[in-house]
Write a protein that binds this ligand. Structure first.
Ligand code: G3P
Length: 214
């Protein structure tokens, strides 16, 4: 499973890109607002830090305007992927963009039928939102079940669309993404940092360091 950074904060991307394990970046309007810079400014900086798919989300709501906006971002860099919301207009835009050879990431996916619609339109990626589905259902595995269902759907019917597990809030969501065989997990900075930690790793390291001194 590839690891993407789910952030538009340049300092965070600068740091995690140095770890050498980040294959792409996803942004959305909320993350851009948090970053304090515009989407265009973010794109320009991120493409220099990570050589992989960078998702930039359209703000427009109708298909024609989404395609127009998408073309502006797509020409900025070869790695730009256009993030399109899961609506009928969005699906129409994905179909047009896929014919133009522009990569798309259909976002806000909460059911297998939405994933089927996106894949049928030629989406490069779909983004099921684990955390938000768990919130809605007040469970800790609704997102996991959704991921498994979408994976089964894509495998059974031979869709090439890749699954980006999104809205990851904690380590168990990362584990669930691995178990469901998601192609990619897009992970916020705080969870990325936790992925290297374990209390026994720290304890073991202390013991080894003490031993090394002797
Ligand atoms: O990748 C989507 C993500 O940014 C949404 O996360 O925590 O706002 O549901 P969250």
């Amino acid at each position: 499973m590839k690891i993407f950074a789910d952030t538009a904060i340049i300092k965070e991307i600068e740091e995690v890109s140095k770890w050498g394990i980040i294959s792409g970046v996803t942004t959305n309007p909320s993350l851009i607002a948090k970053s304090g810079i515009t989407l265009e400014e973010a794109i320009k900086k991120i493409v220099d830090l990570v050589d992989g798919p960078i998702s930039a989300e359209v703000a427009e709501a109708d298909a024609e305007s989404m395609v127009k906006e998408a073309k502006v971002y797509a020409v900025m860099h070869k790695n730009i992927v256009i993030k399109i919301p899961m609506t009928i207009e969005g699906i129409k835009a994905v179909k047009i963009l896929s014919r133009l050879g522009i990569k798309t990431n259909v976002t806000l996916v909460f059911t297998p039928s939405q994933a089927l619609m996106a894949a049928s339109a030629g989406a490069t990626y779909v983004s099921p939102f684990l955390g938000r589905l768990d919130d809605l259902t007040k469970t800790d595995d609704a997102g996991f079940k959704l991921l498994k269902d979408i994976k089964e759907l894509f495998v059974n019917y031979g869709f090439k669309t890749q699954i980006i597990a999104a809205s990851i809030r904690h380590l168990e969501h990362v584990n669930q993404s691995i178990r469901a065989k998601a192609d990619i997990a897009t992970i916020p900075y705080n969870v990325l940092k936790k992925m290297v930690e374990h209390e026994l790793t720290e304890k073991g390291l202390e013991i080894f360091r003490e031993a090394a001194k002797k």
